[in-house]
Ligand binder design. Structure first.
Ligand code: ZN
Length: 246
């Protein structure tokens, strides 16, 4: 998982800034436009990301107090809150995003060493140490910044995020193994800025003989997370269709 806490909290801040940049690129009238996410307008995406910050504040509170505080009351409640939130005026949604992101930052800042190691439960039912909360948030703000379609694309996401999300998604997909077997192969330069070699291939377990899918890191991450992608090639002709990521 994430190399250090500092590293992952920096990524949260970078992702929050990118989501903010995408939001700033949108005028209020476009909040009602559909996104690539089935049934969701941009307003739904903003409401979901704001509600996610509040849900993760619950986990931070759980970690700080050792009193069980679930992310959401129930999956139904989570869905209902997004539907209700999507009806808010754009100015309210913008404010909700900023306020909830700031509240999460404060809640994470209040954790001490014992708090960070405490075990909490995610909405998917996984038990994880609180140190995973910043990564959970990073994934949300980074990928949904692209979903907003407000001028931020996968190419704008930091390389360290792309590498980590490929690692994360390949592991998750391999555990469920409910799609075709693929190997995601990066065609980007293999050395990082400081000269250390970085990962270049991510195998995903699944059905059949593995198909190699090659392309730039950013496009591999778009493909792996089930988003629109471009410029990928495969040794089998068409790039295999993957089942939903989450
Ligand atoms: Zn999400």
């Amino acid at each position: 998982m994430s190399p250090t806490l500092l590293w992952s909290r920096d990524l949260v801040a970078a992702g929050t800034a990118l989501f903010q940049r995408a939001l700033d690129g949108l005028d209020d009238a476009s909040f009602a436009d559909p996104t690539a996410l089935a049934g969701w307008t941009r307003a739904h995406v903003v409401a979901h990301v704001a509600a996610n910050a509040e849900a993760l504040v619950n986990l931070a509170t759980w970690a700080r107090t050792d009193v069980e505080t679930p992310m959401y009351a129930s999956p139904e409640q989570r869905g209902a809150d997004i539907e209700k939130g999507a009806l808010l005026a754009p100015a309210r949604l913008r404010g909700w995003f900023s306020d909830s992101a700031a509240a999460l930052d404060t809640a994470l800042g209040a954790l001490d060493g014992a708090g960070w190691t405490r075990l909490v439960r995610t909405a998917q039912g996984r038990t994880v140490p609180a140190t995973e909360v910043p990564w959970m948030r990073t994934r949300e703000v980074m990928v949904h910044a692209v979903d907003l379609d407000g001028g931020v694309g996968f190419d704008d996401l930091p390389t360290e995020f792309l590498l980590e999300v490929l690692h994360d998604v390949a592991a998750k997909r391999s555990r469920s193994a409910d799609g075709p077997a693929v190997v995601l192969v990066s065609t980007d330069p293999t050395d990082s800025a400081d000269g250390t070699p970085r990962s270049t291939a991510w195998p995903v377990a699944g059905a059949g003989e593995a198909v190699h899918v090659r392309g730039p890191l950013a496009q591999l991450a778009a493909y792996a997370t089930g988003r629109e992608h471009t410029g990928l090639t495969s040794d089998r002709g068409a790039v295999p269709v993957l089942p939903p990521w989450l």
